[in-house]
Design a protein around this ligand. Structure first.
Ligand code: NDP
Ligand code: 8X3
Length: 253
């Protein structure tokens, strides 16, 4: 029998990339996904020697692209054991009265509908095999709301609700469904939220020790390697300096 296969969305950066690397280090074969093909190509060279690796380029918003990319997988990549639904971002940080419709569309389409499209394509194989694991990367923003977080928070509350719903619906098939909900993690997340504006993005991670993508990857590996009878259903992980979405103890020099 070969290694287990992990399918990681948003593997070109941040948490998803760290998960792909950490899972490979722990013996998983890797299918990495994202839109930036050059990064997916380059990822191969960072994986431990001998890792079985392939990648798929698609935009999770586009259901035709999602289905076509996944149905094009070669036979030996089809028995996916572990799905990491990680692709996602915040777009903008504006009060509801001045929020941008395109930003709202992006967050709902990527964080919620994208997760659904990918799950819909992979779940039938899992139900047929009566095995599989799904880890949805939610957020503290899916457990609380914070000023100007409105639609991003709504999208992550939806991820939380879908995680719980999937766990119920997939229970008869023995499929594990897990939600991991990080607080502040230093990735490209804020750069995307603030549309490349480093003056707004950089301070988000200054004055305290934020989580690193590797911290989340460690938890993902732990969750994915528990014995068959154990499921880490719901994990909230914060930097020690963070008490809630709005309370972060910062020491400014
Ligand atoms: P990054 O911006 O570093 O990574 C985001 C990843 O998502 C990239 O690989 C990107 O790939 C992918 N992605 C974004 N949009 C699309 C799309 N339309 N189609 C396909 N892939 C897409 O951010 P993080 O690593 O921080 O974010 C990963 C997940 O973690 C997100 O769901 C985020 O909401 C969540 N999260 C992040 C926290 C943080 O503080 N950083 C805290 C809590 C949760 P590409 O652009 O190549 O398509
Ligand atoms: C990312 C963390 O606090 O910016 O989900 O929403 S936060």
């Amino acid at each position: 029998m070969g290694n287990k296969i992990a399918f990681v969305t948003g593997a070109t950066s941040g948490i998803g990339k760290a998960c792909a690397l950490a899972l490979a280090e722990n013996g998983f074969d890797i299918i990495a996904c994202g839109r930036r093909e050059e990064r997916l190509k380059a990822l191969k060279d960072e994986l431990p020697a001998g890792t079985k690796y392939t990648y798929l380029v698609f935009d999770v918003r586009d259901k035709i692209e999602v289905v076509s990319a996944i149905s094009g997988l070669a036979e030996d990549w089809r028995n996916i054991d572990l799905l990491i639904n990680n692709a996602g971002n915040a777009h903008g940080l504006d009060p509801i009265q001045t929020g941008d419709l395109d930003d709202w569309d992006a967050m709902i389409d990527i964080n919620v509908k994208g997760l659904l499209y990918v799950s819909k394509a992979l779940i039938p194989g899992m139900t047929e095999r009566k095995s599989g694991q799904i880890i949805n990367i939610g957020s503290i923003a899916g457990k609380e709301v914070y000023p100007n977080g409105n639609v991003y928070c709504a999208s992550k509350h939806a991820v939380d609700a879908l995680t719980k719903s999937m766990r119920i619906d997939l229970n008869p098939f023995g499929i594990k469904v897990m939600g991991i909900h990080p607080g502040l993690v230093e990735t490209e997340f804020s750069l995307i939220r603030f549309k490349g504006n480093t003056e707004r993005a950089s301070p988000v991670y200054q004055g305290y020790q934020p989580l690193q993508a590797q911290d989340i990857a460690d938890i993902v590996v732990f969750a994915a390697t528990r014995p068959a009878h154990v499921v880490l259903a719901d994990v909230v992980v914060l930097p020690t300096a963070q008490a809630s979405s709005t309370i972060v103890r910062k020491e400014m020099g």
